[in-house]
Design a protein around this ligand. Sequence first.
Ligand SMILES: [Zn+2]
Length: 345
Amino acid sequence: MNKEPALYPWLQASWQALLRERERWPHALLLTGEPGIGKRVFAEYLAQFLLCEDPQKTTQPCGVCDGCRWFLAGNHPDFRVLQPEDAEDDKADESDSKKTKKKSEIIRVEDVRALADFVNLSAHRRGVRVTLVVPADAMNVAAANAFLKTLEEPPSGAVFILVADHWRRLLPTIRSRCRVFPLALPDPQQAMAWLNTQGVVNPALHLAHTGGAPLAAMDDAAAEWLPVRQSFLEQIAQPATLDVLKLSADLDKAKLDTGLVISWLQKWAYDLISLGLAEKIRYYPDWQDALARLASRAHLLMPYVNQLTEAQKLSRHPLNQRLVFESLLFAYVDGLRGKGRQGKV
Ligand SMILES: [Zn+2]
């Protein structure tokens, strides 16, 4: 039987749009969109559809043929996933993946080379071999260049599905060889209805925290780090008394992803500026009062937003986390005081 959820309700429209172009499907498709909207599920659904052997299939994989059953069991011989933890972490329990800190965040050139045999061999079943690259922007430069060679001379029957939150971080040469297919944020009502069915309490708030991405909102509601973020926001809401060194040390001890903490700061700065300029709050409606107290100075944070963007780009690389936080938090305090500090991050 077909494994549920086949496709999240908010992805159906995109799926139908993709199906309408079926005659012209490229050999490389790049799925983009906000984190937490189900891009990977969509990519896997497409992969299963391509590998489904039911001659009658029209709009969805049948779920019962050999191709579908192998795919759903995770052992289809003509399907590969290229992802950061592939190399040595095959046995890791999937449900543990969020807690595993040591896992590589980079797709390395060795991983790409290991794929070449699969791509160039003839297919076991019906001529299609599907490779999922997720997240595609995790390829380092060497890996991306090696991958580019495969994209430039695609063996017949090879199909590549790339998934990326940050498509701008991909090499332009890779981007230009893919058909870019953006997945939109769901309609808020639809997202909220779905979160309700998942038993999420206060879905509107969690949806706001994640900018409208339902899967991310579900994680947000259940995250172990909620108290850490709460304390973090309480402290940055009081820049005059903020103890940057202590907060940075505490964050470091919490062993969170650097990028996650930077995203909290990015959303905070975004809301401050948006409240100051447009009287709108997107991410932290529950912090309205604190934001309002600082909003008159928010315009001073404009350059700071760029600094955060740069820091976020680097966050996958192994930098000294505590120093990154210190630098960003000092810059935040100085920024609000109108003293621009040249960022060291
Ligand atoms: Zn099937």
